[in-house]
Design a protein around this ligand. Sequence first.
Ligand SMILES: Cc1ncc(C[n+]2csc(CCOP(=O)(O)OP(=O)(O)O)c2C)c(N)n1
Ligand SMILES: [Mg+2]
Length: 396
Amino acid sequence: MSSPEQWTHPDGAPPATAATPTAEQVIAGLRATTEGGADLVQLLTPEGERVHHPDFDIDITPEELRGLYRDMVLVRRVDREANALQRQGQLGIWVPLLGQEAAQIGAGRAMQPNDMAFPSYREHGVAWCRDVHPTQLLGIFRGTDHGTWDPMEKRFHPYVIVIGNQVLNAAGYAMGQRFDGKVGDADGEATICFFGDGATSQGDVHEGFVWAAVYDAPLVFFCQNNQWAISEPTERQTRLPLYQRAKGYGFPGIRVDGNDVLATLAVTRWALQECRTGNGPVLIEAFTYRMDAHTTSDDPSRYRLSDELELWKLKDPIERVRVHLVKQQWADQEFFDQIQADSDAIAAELREYCVNMPDPGPERIFSNVYAEPSPVLDAQRDEFLDYVSGFAGGEH
Ligand SMILES: Cc1ncc(C[n+]2csc(CCOP(=O)(O)OP(=O)(O)O)c2C)c(N)n1
Ligand SMILES: [Mg+2]
């Protein structure tokens, strides 16, 4: 358990530890939303101790854990480098994932090749797991394109900025998987959709929950509760822990320690398998914390106290794995040095790519609009290119 403070258990059972919240605290929603609570699934404590769970345990080899650690360190380095590139004027904006590495790598590594992911705009760690190279994210934030990967090849939908909208897209996609007969056994397909705590207040998310539920869609709703929706805290979104909302829609909801990569991997693997075999949908609430600003355009010191951040630094998702690897003697200095070298290399690659990124040609805006060619759009493109070539330097 990560915290001594508990939310009162829904079936009336007393909390495992510490004081029951007062009526005022419950009404204010504070205990409900700021602590992990009695139902939090955790397999690796912030101190790097391996703990076990009756329903969601996992066998992990030293090699697998080293791989998860490497993933998290590298995506954090990508994130920090991109943040710096924005500060130096090379990107228009950046959306940091700092603190959410375990939630994203655990979920991303739980996916099988045929599963489909629908991200919001912060899922750089999931992109990494889908083999989308970090350089392919940069155009979005430099304002030159909408992402250059092939969503069907990578099984990773383009980023969506409209809050909650991707939940509808994912529900429709997962319903399609069911209609196409791709659900039913361990070789089946599933979909996972990422959204934030703030998104749960959007009508789109409610509609997605309803449609997925009544069509038994193979959809894992993966809510990263990072405690903040820009400057709005979670207690402005809900009066009960978010995972408990699933019950009202008729599917299971589970709260996992989103700073614990092992627990996130175990729970998401289970949830995807449930969906694949026809028992979807499932809601996962990954309880985590946004350690940096909402975006590079935001200043969190205007609306939250720094001691909150200091508390969450002690629950850092990467540090607990490093401690566990060292304690178990599953990693030596050579391993950590190699990861450092890999991080430096990817940061340099990202920077080199970003500062030399060419602007796309004027025809680019017309490409990938429809699956099939459109004569009307083709005519508009030709007219536009003709117009542009009339300007000095407008040749293409
Ligand atoms: C429909 C819509 N309304 C408002 C916004 C502006 N907006 C951008 S991010 C954000 C907060 C989202 O918070 P959350 O869902 O918790 O995700 P997080 O950014 O914390 O990952 C808002 C309101 C938007 N992009 N789309
Ligand atoms: Mg949030």
